[in-house]
Design a protein around this ligand. Sequence first.
Ligand code: 5AD
Ligand code: SF4
Length: 442
Amino acid sequence: MKVYLETFGCQMNVSDTERAATQFRAAGYDLIDHESGADVVIFNTCSIRERAAQKLYTRVGEIVHRHVGPLPVIGVTGCVAQLEGEAIFKQSPSVKVVAGTRATDRLPDLISRALEGERRVLDLGEREPGESWDVSIVERHSAQVGFVPIIEGCNKFCSYCIVPYSRGRERSRSAAEIWDEVIKLRDNGFKEIHLIGQNVNSYRPQTEAGMEGIAGSTPFSRLLRMVAKTGIERIKFTTSFPRDFHPDIVAALNDHENLCNWVHLPAQSGNDRVLRAMRRGYTRADYLRRIESINNCRRKVSITSDLIVGYPGETEAEFADTMSLVEQCRYEGLYIFKYSERAGTPSAKIADDVTKEQKTIRYMALERLQRSIQTPIYQSLVGKTFEVLAEGRSTKNPTDLTGHTTCHKVVNFAAPPSLIGEVVKVVIETAKPNSLLGRLVA
Ligand code: 5AD
Ligand code: SF4
């Protein structure tokens, strides 16, 4: 039986797909990387914004229209599955399996029930106690960069966000398990790991097992120091939640060179009233204090952020505060989102008086501002030499390789494919809006 898994959305979904693939292989399925000829097609879905959620139905329609031979068994997992449940069967009768965000590891069983003829297989349950988080090396999305989930779910309930509903409460993995996974990646030649979670710095395992005797004033900073001790070459972590961004994280960056100089710290808004309405739990001044503490790190740390424009009730003056926050923070990268109403969230109950056009105007103004900040930052890197992890061939230019710096900038450079997987020195020659072009240094 051939299974094709397609992933939308965040790194957590990529990681869940890796685990599902591991389970499918163990259950005797073959995994293929294209839909044609698949007996089973599974969509691992994202519901963060409306457009992301709609993708599922578009893709199911394509499978139904394009297939030759018998229709594959179509399964849906991830956030849309968790939120919509049974309703997916009604909307898309070709879907035979719906498995929520904590049922991903049970997919092989659920699919085999569908293959045996069960018409609607539904599992929105929690994880099994003691469930294995193991990902076999061959199912990793990259042979250079490994994703290591440390916490799943979210307890923050920001008013606009669907994640607490789609992924449930925060659950942290044990440090001992994380240690074992990082060691396994290191021993298999991985140069970089990303500790991932909706809010990594809210990490709070049930016991300290695995972190005994490690210094640090919060479980997350102790975990960082523990992971640094594995000796793996590069450690990145994302996403950080501003309110829980303890100064000790910066102290850990100062102490361990292999903790990379990049922090993704979404602000969402620069205005206190909007932040309160969003229930973010911090003010602009609190946020700026976190930024200042990161800027005081002994190494230059690249800071990136997410911002939402056009939150219901956001006035021009309030939006101007978001603009000025961006000017003040001078982010090295920024993701801007137009507010998208998600059913079931508190914000969905507020009438959205910011028109689509206003959202677009604010989006473009912010984008223009960010470009004016980012261009000189990227330009200033021309002539500098960076250690770049060569992650693969560039999609645009097949003679180039592509990779990231420790500060998480994309660098493309001419080099032979034999260097994939190596950390190489690259001198930057050209700055593009969101990437750098460089030359390999012998
Ligand atoms: N509308 C727009 N953007 C959203 N995000 C989360 N929920 C919404 C929503 N309802 C953005 C936030 C978050 C990022 C992953 O997606 O900026 O940090
Ligand atoms: Fe959503 Fe807020 Fe949780 Fe982030 S912290 S996942 S924005 S609820």
